[in-house]
Every structure is written in C-alpha cells, then in structure tokens.
Design a protein around this ligand. Structure first.
Ligand code: GDP
Length: 199
C-alpha cells in the first residue's frame, strides 16, 4: 500500500472529487482507529488520541492512486462538549449518507476488551437502516488471551441477538501492535475494489 495523496475536509462537499472507491473507518474515540490505519499503511499518517488537537475532519488517505481509506472523526469522546459531539455526529452521518456509491464499505471498530456499548450498537443499527454495508472490526486483541477473545466475541454476539439482530455482520479481529488482521482487511478491500471495477 503506497500513500499517493492526503486530503482533510471539513464537510462532505469539500471531499476530493473523484470516482475512486473508498472505505471509511469509524469507532468510538480511543478505540484504536488511528493506530490501525497507521499499521495498515505502515506510516504515522492518522493522528492518534495522544496527539494534541487531533482533528475532527474527514481525512482521505489515497492509496496507490486507486482507492482511499477515510479516517472519520471518533465519536463519543466523554470530554467534548454536547455541541461538539453533535457537530461531529452530523459530519459523520452526512458523509456516510451523501458521499454516494463510491463509499463501498464502513469498517466499524470495536474494542474487544469491553462488553457491547450502546453507542456502537446504535451505530450498527443506523448503518443497517441507511443501507450502508459495514464490517465489524474488533481492536486490541493482543491484550487478551485466545479464550478470552472467544468468550468476549460470544458475549458480544449474544448481546446483539438480545437487541434483535438477525444475521450477524462480518467480523475481523485485529491488533495494530501485533499487526493481526491487517491482511484480512486488505483482502476484503481488494475483493471489494475488484467488484467496484466491474460495475
Ligand atoms: P483512536 O482515538 O481511535 O484513533 O485511538 P488510538 O489509535 O489513538 O489509540 C488509543 C489508545 O489505544 C492508545 O493508547 C493506543 O496505544 C491504544 N491502542 C491502539 N491500538 C492498540 C492495539 O492494537 N493494542 C493495544 N493493546 N492497544 C492499542
């Protein structure tokens, strides 16, 4: 993966105008989104939570001049004001609903260490309602043993069923530290890029 461009946009209208397929990464603030993106592209391009003034912009990272990873602002950060939270939500939802057919899929990141959070479940429901294809990506799997990962996943799925989920979404388990799951994400993107070419 070679980075061939980078654009930060304050709103959907100012996002790069091209017909390239793109893949958006969303998740709660601190879920490990920047770390995962940086480990995928092998460069420190996404700003991690420890970066002062981490942007709340829509960041397009163009790969191989042919497709983009889109780093969306994290949601649900406890310390931001109600107004800022609402603004970020509007920005993310506007992008997801107005970007059009070039937005191929959303990778929704979830911390494997904790139980299902209301805000993440609500996001998944929102994506379904808006007919946006998404893949569940669990992060930080290096921090748990294999049995615990399996148990947490089972519990998570159980919680989703309790919220009336039918077929569970596709799932990828990752660790940016150990670079686990990167190949799976890349393979998924390659597969979808091929489909996009055939449209
Ligand atoms: P973001 O706010 O979603 O962009 O999250 P960051 O990438 O900034 O990461 C938030 C925190 O989680 C930081 O303290 C990271 O060191 C930690 N973190 C990120 N990825 C991993 C991972 O794969 N494993 C572990 N154990 N910690 C991680």
């Amino acid at each position: 993966m070679e980075i061939t461009g980078f654009y930060s946009s304050a709103n959907t209208q100012s996002c790069p105008i091209d017909e390239k397929p793109e893949y958006a990464f969303i998740g709660r603030s601190n879920v490990g989104k920047s770390s995962l993106i940086n480990s995928l592209v092998n460069r420190k391009i996404a700003k991690t939570s420890s970066t002062p003034g981490k942007t709340q912009l829509i960041n397009h990272i163009i790969i191989d001049e042919s497709w983009s990873l889109v780093d969306l602002p994290g949601y649900g950060y406890a310390k931001t004001s109600k107004e800022t939270k609402a603004k970020i939500l509007r920005r993310i939802k506007e992008y997801l609903t107005q970007r059009g057919t070039q937005l191929i899929a959303v990778f929704l990141l979830i911390d494997i260490r904790i139980t299902a959070q209301k805000i993440d479940l609500e996001w998944m429901q929102w994506l379904v309602k808006n007919k946006i294809y998404f893949i569940r990506v669990f992060t930080k799997c290096d921090s748990l043993g294999n049995n615990k990962i399996k148990n947490n996943l089972l519990k998570y799925n159980q919680q989703m069923k309790e919220h009336n989920w039918g077929k569970l979404p596709e799932t990828i388990i990752t660790s940016s530290i150990k670079r686990i799951g990167n190949n799976e994400i890349e393979a998924k993107i390659n597969e979808l890029n091929k489909l996009f070419q055939n449209i």
